[in-house]
Unconditional design. Sequence first.
Length: 564
Amino acid sequence: MKKLTHLIIFAFICTCHSVQAQTNIWDENPADSQIELDSLLTVLPTLKRIDKAPLLNRIAEIYWAINPDKTIDYASEALQLSKEFKLKVQEGLSLINLCQGYLFNDIYDKALQYGLQSLEIRKEIGNDHDLAFTLRTLGWLYYDIRYLDNALQYHTEALRIHEKLNDKQRIAYSYNSIGLIHEANDDCDLALSFFKRSLELIIDSNNKDRIAATMKNMGVCYRKINKLDSAIVVLESSLKIINEINFERNKVEILNELSTVNLMLNNFDKSYELLIESRAISESLTNNRELILENNKIMSDYYFAKENFKDALHYYKEHIEGASAMFSSNKSERLAEMRVLYEAERRENEIKLLEQERNLQAQKRTFLQIGALLLAIIAILIIGGLWNNIKKKKAIYLQNQNLSKEKLKIEYLERENLEHKLEFRQKELTNLALFISQRTSIYKDFTKSLINLKFTDLKELKKNIDKLIKDYTFKFDFNEDIQRFHANIENLQSDFIFKIRDAYPNLTDKDIQLAVKVKIKLSSKEIANINNISLNSVEIARHRLRKKLGLDQKDSLINFLENI
């Protein structure tokens, strides 16, 4: 009875799968997918080996966005069974699942290898729906690594098949994909024309996710061509739809884009609010590296616009480190090499087939044909190799150029932050010195005035005034501001103090204190007031310091000290 139940469930799942095969995994409800996954995993152990391939492929497909490593595991097992039992349809499906698994893991060379193998099998089978899906997948692979010409070629081929089948929903999807490629090429007017055509085809459908995604793409283009009001309108409409279907990943992308547009409009509070909301959602998602990366970049732009250079630099460094980790020129090299090797292998197989078909012809004619084909292959490989090498060097050059610009920006921010800090410290020290000098001068003037008072009859008053003079003199001698000033000087000028003490070990502590005050360009009068000594004593001390430093009368003491 239990076995019969499993078989009924298996038949139902396979029927559903044949209808749903090769749909976009993002269009599926996560809760429904999980229920289906649990059912499939329950049934799988009860099946015979020959019956397992379809279920393994469906499980691999559900795992695309959840756990790409599991996609690779289940698709590999499905591929092995498909080859063992000569199940061509399942073999093509296994290969495209492997392509998707490696694509989600950013292993582009393996993704390309399995994607091209799937394309050959599906061309042989002739199922247009499956063939179009493989073409779209390869198009997205090339889009990810910014081989936009290749991406446009594959998406255009997929569009022709959808038009042949009169599948309006997938035609709309292809329009949207081609629009994204033109937007990546900064041809936003052309991109908008494709997005609008896509929206016209799906606006009356129940596919709210696609509608919202297309509107979001339009918002990006409007922002790039500086039509910010239009960008706000379509992005907010897109966000409203996404909130209805609760699709968190797409919501993060829309929030980031809305934040950028509001930042361009100087709506700083709104921009920051959207960034915080986007950040919170991103951190709750898996496979969120690109979302966090984009959030860091916009957060850096926000703080830069607010002139908070320290936080701007922090988030910009986070963005650059994340981008560097994701980018690898080796991946592009390996992908280009894999493409050439695969095409060479495919061409070699074509030659072998051609030889088998024509083996009854005359030997001379056969040799001439094979030689001609070999020369054509060599020419194609040479031209292809040169072209790929040029594109590879161009990509590396552009990346290095971008990294150089980003490095210069970081250095500029660091230097500006340091200059602000040093300027603030210098002003703080100078202001403190001037304050001490002014207050000391007031104390002296006040004391001098009291001393000069003449009292004839009021002895008691004279006694009190004498006491007042004594008190002010005591306060002047133990001035806390002077002590704090000396402490600040020693802290801020610690490098200078170390160098002069090392170079001139014969200098006393008082000599070094005087040297520091002269270096920060305090006048002799200000130094006298700070130290509560006479101006003449300061001049004598300066003369003594010059002598210990070995300076001639014509040498500038300040310039000498600044160059230590």
